[in-house]
Design a protein around this ligand. Structure first.
Ligand code: GLN
Length: 309
């Protein structure tokens, strides 16, 4: 969709400048105390394309907390390890509930609605803990390989803050364990989950790392098959219906791309056969999605006509 690269860089700059008034309409996540300390008035946008180009504007090399976007990477690892068996333990339906909702878990016998809400990602974390001898470092190794960047780490302060304030996630994990849908010890599963959420990454690194989802499972920089073509399509389908939580319908309506947000303020959007857009800015709306990042991605998709629908 984009031919003139100078125009794209200029467009990103211009969009970023225009989006600044939106800062004040959102609120930085504070239920994880370490995240409440992040300065709110920051923003970045990056576009990585399958042909190896990278365009960005703003603080695109500044690291933030990956948070729920880690659910994509965890899911790829678990799909690769477990195959289709995974779908007996987690469903593929939108939840129509907030990302940290617990109610449906009891109605649905401990089977989470999808892997993009917390309950689903905790089941995925259980699969990783049960199938890797050191799942936390396996996750980081995977992320580093995809980003082409050795120096990626989990932010210790964010990790410990989440562990200390993770009662709601713990409640969901124990409830699922009572239904037999968590195999490992709950504390170990939660440690893995919080550790992957605490990974620190920049917009530019994140955009590059997910290119395989826009390219039928093949990472273009290395030609490595990261997941099967079928699984890449399936992950994009789940991102389209559930990646933005209870705002996924609105996002499909307004943007029309598979996407995932995290309470660290980042959003990624996959543009099949073209590339990946990432945007970041800490203040969130009531759904837990970044207000500025939503606006940036929406405007770019609009401007370039990217909607898949
Ligand atoms: N670590 C966060 C949590 O478990 C992730 C939530 C998110 O980014 N939406 O609540």
């Amino acid at each position: 969709p984009i031919t003139n690269t100078t125009d794209l860089s200029a467009l990103l700059q211009q969009m970023l400048a225009q989006s600044q008034p939106l800062y004040s309409t959102g609120k930085v996540a504070d239920y994880i105390p370490a995240l409440a300390q992040v300065a709110p008035q920051q923003a970045a946008v990056a576009v990585a394309t399958l042909d190896g180009r990278l365009h960005s504007a703003g603080a695109a090399q500044q690291s933030f907390s990956l948070q729920s976007i880690s659910k994509i990477f965890g899911l790829v690892m678990a799909m690769n390890r477990l195959g289709d068996e995974l779908w007996q333990r987690v469903n593929m339906e939108p939840s129509g509930q907030p990302f940290n909702s617990i109610v449906q878990l009891e109605w649905e016998q401990g089977i989470p609605r999808n892997p993009m809400i917390n309950a689903g990602a905790i089941v995925v974390a259980d699969v990783l803990v049960s199938h890797y001898s050191a799942s936390k470092s396996a996750f980081l190794t995977f992320l580093r390989r995809l980003a082409g960047e050795e120096a990626l780490y989990a932010d210790q302060q964010v990790y410990l803050s989440e562990l200390e304030h993770g009662n709601r996630n713990a409640a969901m994990a124990y409830l699922m364990k009572s239904f037999g849908n968590i195999e490992a010890d709950v504390p170990q599963v939660l440690e893995h989950y919080f550790h992957q959420c605490a990974a620190a990454i920049s917009c530019e690194q994140l955009a590059r790392s997910l290119l395989f989802l826009a390219n039928r499972g093949v990472q273009p920089s290395t030609n490595e098959q990261i997941c099967s073509r079928r699984d890449a399509h399936r992950i994009n389908a789940i991102l389209s219906t559930s990646g933005m939580y209870d705002q996924s319908g609105e996002f499909a309506f307004k943007v029309g791309l598979p996407a995932k947000s995290g309470v660290g303020g980042a959003i990624v959007a996959i543009v099949p056969q073209f590339g990946v857009i990432t945007a970041w800015s800490p203040p969130l709306n009531n759904y837990g999605n970044s207000v500025v990042a939503m606006q940036l991605i929406q405007q770019l998709a609009d401007e370039l006509g990217l909607s898949l629908f």
